[in-house]
Design a protein around this ligand. Structure first.
Ligand SMILES: NC(=O)c1ccc[n+]([C@@H]2O[C@H](COP(=O)([O-])OP(=O)(O)OC[C@H]3O[C@@H](n4cnc5c(N)ncnc54)[C@H](OP(=O)(O)O)[C@@H]3O)[C@@H](O)[C@H]2O)c1
Length: 139
């Protein structure tokens, strides 16, 4: 399949394993360059090798905990510094842990909100101007 995204630039959060890594591999196979972030540097290094092996796009990795307010900016800055543009954002970081309601602690709720609500919002807010500039979002 040719998605017509060769040379485009994507950010995949949580791209070191699981669904995010599969998405990053697919984008790379389509010729897109991919910035992948996660917390564990060892997993990122392994993922970078594996993702680059399947496609023609290039891959950069950023060690970032997206519950931390400044982390999203570092990821976006790294992608722009490397390739000068951003075209695609895949907000994916985090895991799906099924727990009964009464076993979910308040701390776990807060952690999940920090990552999967505010972390995703921070990333979307930072990437949006780049998507607009490249004509992917109506002004
Ligand atoms: N698998 C499912 O059945 C399913 C169902 C519904 C929704 N989802 C959603 O799909 C997404 C991916 O799920 P998955 O099963 O592929 O998870 P996974 O295999 O556990 O991968 C999670 C990825 O997110 C990264 N990550 C976790 N916390 C992070 C943080 N604070 N900052 C930055 N990166 C972080 C992990 O790397 P590090 O640990 O190194 O940071 C890893 O790269 C999640 O948002 C999940 O909720 C999954």
């Amino acid at each position: 399949m040719d998605l017509g995204i060769a040379g485009r630039v994507a950010i995949v959060t949580g791209g070191s394993r699981g669904i995010g890594r599969a998405v990053a591999e697919r984008l790379c196979r389509e010729g897109a360059h991919v910035a992948v972030c996660a917390r564990n540097q060892g997993s990122l290094a392994d993922a970078q090798r594996a993702i680059e092996a399947v496609g023609t796009g290039r891959v950069l990795t950023v060690e970032a905990d997206l519950t931390e307010p400044e982390a999203a900016g570092r990821v976006v800055d790294a992608a722009v510094a490397a390739w000068g543009r951003i075209d695609i954002l895949v907000n994916n970081a985090g895991a799906a842990r099924g727990l009964p309601f009464d076993e979910l602690t308040h701390e776990r709720w807060l952690e999940n909100m920090q990552l999967k609500l505010f972390g995703y919002l921070r990333m979307a807010r930072l990437v949006l101007p780049h998507l607009r500039k490249n004509g992917w979002v109506a002004s």
